[in-house]
Design a protein around this ligand. Structure first.
Ligand code: BES
Ligand code: ZN
Length: 670
């Protein structure tokens, strides 16, 4: 229906096309169907031939048009649909139609990459020598060309200047026999080359990590300084290159820095480069795009675009930010279309990401105008510096490798409390001594390898709830980090946790599992496993004084049941008024939408009055442990009720035929 209407619109307007030049080269673009009427209108207004519809599927259309009309599309996208419409250029009809068939986004599954953060000293060395004035100077220079348009002579000059800049950073490493090359990647169809700097990997050079931005700016009758879009991205990458060279960085994998030509006219430069990597079977394990890094339009600092990008790599970048660029905030956003060169890598089947200057819509609104100058960014490059740090961390953790690290001596660390062989219970203080030639950043405490606490100041100590682990032998270690990220883990100190029995026993008076002595855990273990007559649950319904019955429909561990309740203090101290208590309820989930867990407590187990704690929606089916916390009131015998239900609404007792109600009673200090 929609398709039919478009086809007749194009036909109807066919008469306007009489003046189009017959000889000119025809090209194809793909774009969102919602932009079509605006694009066609602009052609009509200008008395130009409306691009013909070459194909459509879902939200994506392919159009055929003379190459010289690309600029018109670009202008409509930016002026009329100032969300930036976005379109992708194609040389052939076959390629355009393939893109349409793929919904505009070719579906590949990039090889799974293992993302790890274990090159701290190198990352921190690189990041510590980054400086804003270098980025500012390079944005200033790049935005001084009248335009960097892909067909302009100044656009070519900018490429040559950048090549010289990068060669200068590399110094002798870029000379014959060195491990660095800086090359122009020429494009047959237009004048401006892309610029590519390669550092050959020392261990697995066939694996390639790409960091890129776009060199070109838009066409404009006055000027297209493109300071933010995208001199900022190029200058940000240039700072990564500068510190890599200044600190003798040698990646294990090959790193390629790219300044793409012709992005503004349909991602054309990056498409040729990404496609050539694909055609050569190159093993590109990740691509990072920096396009617009110097306008802080949001309270968050870095927006990670989730569309046309790789989710696993985006998660990796989020952890790089929290580990290496503390104090800066990241959040997800979307472009809504193939907005920059990362989409060329995604479309070629590689993992790509774009950390962007602001949430979509809050970004610099002067891009693509003569007003895209440094003035809009307060004449500084403070925001871009954050992206240089993100990019530096990305490079040194994905391509790993070495640098001339200023401090290569790791700390010393030893656990001082508890002592080896100690028997511990409840809340336990863990302490360590740590020293370093430069300084200690932090000390982490681990029990059986699991992080239980962190200290940043001496004397280093943390509190551990020993009741959170089973009674028996456990290994306590401390791991110290120095200021640059060198790390040492101490020898283990073995302790025995010996907490009073925390297993509830069935109470024939109250007719539910009960912990009669005051402890810090009360666990129903297997006593509640099942519902009504279904499953091993022996004393169903296990509600105080048989106060609420269970539904009897369905089958054990297919349909709903609440199988276990464990309550424990978060501190490890005994149950007492004011203590925060964690409830862990293990349930069998039949279906995630209708199934809900209602949790209640009462301060008076002998004559319960139920107060609601929470209703929890499980996120997966099968056996699930759902948790909530609450604060203990006064009362020497208290109880918790779990009701696991299918549909219905929250209440301590329900009548659905799949409802399971279970209580647990426990003693609390006065
Ligand atoms: N830097 C922009 C992309 C951008 C703009 C992202 C605003 C997020 C917010 C890029 O240079 C650009 O203009 N891209 C074109 C798309 C391309 C396919 C012609 C656009 O957005 O129209
Ligand atoms: Zn742009």
């Amino acid at each position: 229906m929609h398709m039919k209407r478009l086809a007749s619109l194009v036909l109807m307007l066919g008469c306007v096309s009489a003046f189009a030049k017959a000889s000119e080269r025809e090209v194809w673009i793909t774009l969102g169907a919602d932009a079509l009427s605006e694009v066609n209108a602009a052609f009509i207004v200008a008395g130009a031939k409306v691009p013909s519809l070459a194909g459509q599927k879902g939200d994506v259309v392919a159009l055929k048009l003379p190459e010289s009309e690309i600029d018109r599309v670009s202008r409509v996208m930016h002026d009329k649909l100032n969300r930036c419409g976005g379109f992708v250029y194609h040389d052939t009809e076959a390629e355009a139609l393939a893109a349409v068939a793929g919904g505009g986004q070719t579906q590949f599954s990039p090889l799974a990459v293992t993302y790890t953060l274990d090159n701290g000293p190198v990352v921190n060395t690189l990041l510590a020598s980054m400086a804003e004035p270098n980025i500012l100077a390079n944005i200033t220079h790049l935005s001084s060309y009248t335009t960097r348009y892909y067909t302009s002579t100044t656009g070519v000059q900018a490429a040559n200047w950048l090549k010289t800049l990068w060669e200068g950073y590399a110094g002798p490493r870029a000379q014959a026999g060195g491990d660095v090359t800086v090359q122009l990647f020429t494009h047959a169809a237009w004048a401006q080359p892309s610029v590519i700097m390669t550092i050959t990997g020392t261990v697995t050079p066939s694996e390639i990590v790409v960091l890129g931005g776009h060199l070109d700016s838009t066409s404009s009758s006055s000027a297209a300084p493109g300071a933010d879009d995208d001199a900022s991205g190029i200058a940000t990458i240039s700072e990564v290159i500068r510190v890599a060279m200044a600190n003798g960085y040698q990646p294990a994998k090959t790193v390629k820095f790219m300044a793409y030509a012709a992005e503004e006219v349909g991602l054309r430069g990056s498409k040729e480069i990404a496609d050539s990597h694909k055609n050569q079977g190159a093993n590109v394990i990740g691509a990072l795009q920096l396009d617009m890094t110097n306008f802080k339009g949001s309270t968050i600092d870095v927006a990670l675009m989730t569309d046309f990008t790789n989710a696993a790599q985006n998660t990796f970048i989020t952890s790089l930010i929290s580990t290496y660029v503390p104090g800066i905030q990241a959040a997800n956003s979307t472009c809504g279309y193939a907005c920059s060169d990362h989409a060329s890598w995604t479309n070629a089947g590689f993992a790509a990401s774009i950390p962007f200057e602001a949430l979509m819509g809050q970004h610099n609104n002067l891009i693509h105008t003569s007003g895209d100058t440094l003035v809009k960014s307060g004449n500084n490059a403070n925001h871009a510096l954050k992206f240089a740090k993100v990019a530096g961390a990305y490079m040194a953790e994905l391509a790993k490798g070495t640098a001339s690290v200023s401090d290569s001596i790791p700390p010393t660390v030893a656990v001082t409390a508890p002592t080896a062989g100690a028997s511990v219970s409840g809340s336990v203080t863990l302490s360590a001594n740590a020293t370093d030639n430069v300084g200690i950043g932090r000390v982490e405490f681990l029990v059986d390898g699991n992080l239980v606490g962190t200290a940043t100041t001496s004397p280093y100590s943390a509190t551990w709830n020993s009741a959170a682990v089973a009674n028996g032998s456990h290994a306590v270690t401390a791991r110290a980090y120095d200021l640059i990220g060198n790390t040492t883990t101490s020898a283990a100190v073995t302790v025995t946790s010996a907490n009073a029995s925390s297993n509830a026993i069935y109470d024939t008076v109250l007719r539910v599992p009960r912990c009669s002595n005051v402890g810090n855990v009360c666990d129903s273990t297997t006593l509640l496993n099942g519902r009504a007559g279904l499953g091993p649950e022996a004393n169903a319904p296990n509600t105080i004084n048989n106060s609420c019955a269970d539904g009897v429909s369905g089958a054990y561990h297919s349909d709903e049941s609440n199988d276990r309740i464990r309550v424990s203090t978060v501190s490890g101290n005994p149950f007492a008024p004011g203590e925060t208590v964690r409830i862990e309820a293990t349930a069998w989930v039949f279906s995630i939408r209708p199934d809900k867990l209602d949790l209640y407590y009462t301060a008076t187990a002998n004559s319960p009055v139920w107060t609601k704690i929470a209703t929890i929606s499980p996120v997966a089916t099968g056996q699930q442990t759902l948790t909530a916390t609450y604060t203990l009131p006064a009362g020497t015998l208290q109880a918790v009720r779990a009701r696991f239900r299918y549909n219905g609404s929250a209440a301590p007792c329900g009548t659905s035929s799949y409802d399971d109600h279970d209580d647990i009673v426990f003693a609390v200090s006065p």
